[in-house]
Write a protein that binds this ligand. Structure first.
Ligand SMILES: [Zn+2]
Length: 442
């Protein structure tokens, strides 16, 4: 069987199970769960894997799942990933009425696509013709939300890092994986696109601590923490001209608690921000400047500031060979001019963490409507987001692993990972920390 014949056989196997694959995606849509809480979704995925003859490991990084199929461990191993977690958008038509959790980023389609890939490859007997293995993985907690809950999990010793892929890397579940592929849904006119790179991010939570006093009668006896926050935001904004355009720095602070009562000088004000950028060096530089602004504001007002920094996402870089193979498969499925490559995105994903350790690609597929992460985000074209996603993932796996996995072997021979696992863990741990600065002027 030639490579193209095998691809056609796998696609035919996916077509034969089209209804079941769509139903997987729609079932997960109806039971949304946010990161590190995806217990029902994970149980559902494990059951589906067992049904098709896979033997899933479960409970990885709280809720993650992994099942390997292939040539008895010889040859390279390629991971196909689907993210388990939802967002929290209470106004979404499929939001959980108790928790507000809702699939407003289409991760439910990713899981259907990953399982659809497994179904297609297994049913078509594809592994007889592949010289490597596929790790089918359902991964927790891609979205950086509910940070308090995750820090609680960290305190209780359940996790160390706040995203699913970072935790899976730490725990060694990617140690036997050589390259990885996943696909996100999107709202667009073209069938598929990929960005060569995207921003990484650090997560910061800040607490200014002043002193309450009568806001009208005796403000001179207080220390106004809100004024310090205000000053800090201005100081951060004034750093912008010092950033390289090529680093695409994004710093977007919000005040999460601005005071307790309007009649009292605010004694405690809290803020959160991400510090995003295209390169690790750019992020570290911008983060140092943000810390400087926070300390300066505390000093000016004479209050204290507590700065908590947490590793979030590393910048993402997609492997061009995997991306080109994907693009050719888009052409086969959708025709010419349906695939585009953009230079850079300023959003972030923890696929960037994995991309520092091995070749990865993270394309997008059309079929959604509404605003991503919005209350109107729906997967309209079910054929595209569920069935064609599975076909594109499976076809790209075949491209890389067909025969003696020559394409993957060649790719890995020339790949230059940016970090070793040890360097990656050290960087994340170095970024994590809390500083308490006492304003000198007090
Ligand atoms: Zn997403």
């Amino acid at each position: 069987m030639t490579r193209d014949e095998l691809k056609r056989a796998v696609c035919a196997a996916i077509d034969a199970r089209e209804d079941a694959i769509i139903e997987i995606g729609e079932s997960i849509l109806r039971q949304p769960e946010t990161g590190f809480r995806e217990h029902r979704t994970a149980a559902f995925v494990a059951e589906k894997m067992r049904e098709i003859g896979l033997q899933p490991q479960t409970g990885l990084a709280v809720t993650g799942i992994k099942a390997i199929a292939g040539s008895n461990g010889s040859g390279p191993t390629m991971a196909v990933l689907g993210e388990l977690d939802s967002l929290c958008i209470p106004g979404h038509p499929f939001a959980d009425s108790d928790t507000g959790a809702a699939h407003a980023c289409g991760h439910n389609a990713q899981v259907a696509g990953m399982l659809g890939t497994a179904i297609g490859l297994m049913q078509a007997g594809a592994f007889e013709h592949l010289g490597g293995n596929v790790a089918f993985m359902a991964v927790p907690a891609e979205e950086m939300i509910e940070v308090d809950y995750r820090l609680g999990l960290r305190e209780q010793g359940h996790i160390e890092f706040l995203t699913g892929k970072a935790e899976l890397i730490r725990l060694g579940h990617f140690d036997d994986v050589d390259l990885a592929l996943m696909c996100h849904t999107k709202n667009d006119t073209k069938a598929s696109h990929v960005a060569n790179s995207s921003n990484g991010a650090l997560i910061k939570r800040i607490r200014f601590l002043g002193r309450a006093a009568h806001a009208g009668g005796a403000p001179q006896k207080g220390i106004n923490a809100l004024n310090a926050a205000n000053l800090a935001m201005t100081a951060i904004a004034l750093q912008r001209e010092t950033f390289y355009d090529s680093d695409t720095i994004r710093i977007h602070p919000i005040i999460t608690h601005g005071g307790d009562a309007v009649s009292a000088v605010p004694a405690e004000v809290t803020m959160e921000t991400f510090v995003r950028g295209r390169t690790l060096e750019g992020i570290v530089d911008a983060n140092r400047k943000v810390d400087r602004c926070l300390r300066a504001a505390a000093m000016a007002i004479g209050c204290e500031v507590e700065i908590e920094t947490t590793a979030g996402y590393l910048p993402q870089n997609n492997d061009t060979t995997i991306t080109e193979l994907w693009g050719e498969n888009v052409k086969t499925l959708y025709g010419d001019n349906q695939f585009s490559v953009e230079e850079h995105r300023t959003g972030s994903t923890d696929m960037g963490d994995l991309g520092h350790l091995m070749p990865v690609s993270h394309p997008y597929i059309f079929g959604a409507s509404g605003v991503s992460h919005g209350a109107d985000y729906l997967l309209e074209d079910k054929e595209s987001v569920y069935v064609n996603m599975a076909k594109l993932l499976a076809m790209t796996v075949v491209d890389l692993l067909y025969g003696n996995a020559g394409e993957a072997q060649e790719l890995l021979r020339t790949a230059r990972p940016k970090l070793t696992k040890e360097e990656y863990l050290a960087f994340n741990r170095e970024m994590n920390g809390t500083e308490r600065f006492t304003g000198q002027a007090r």
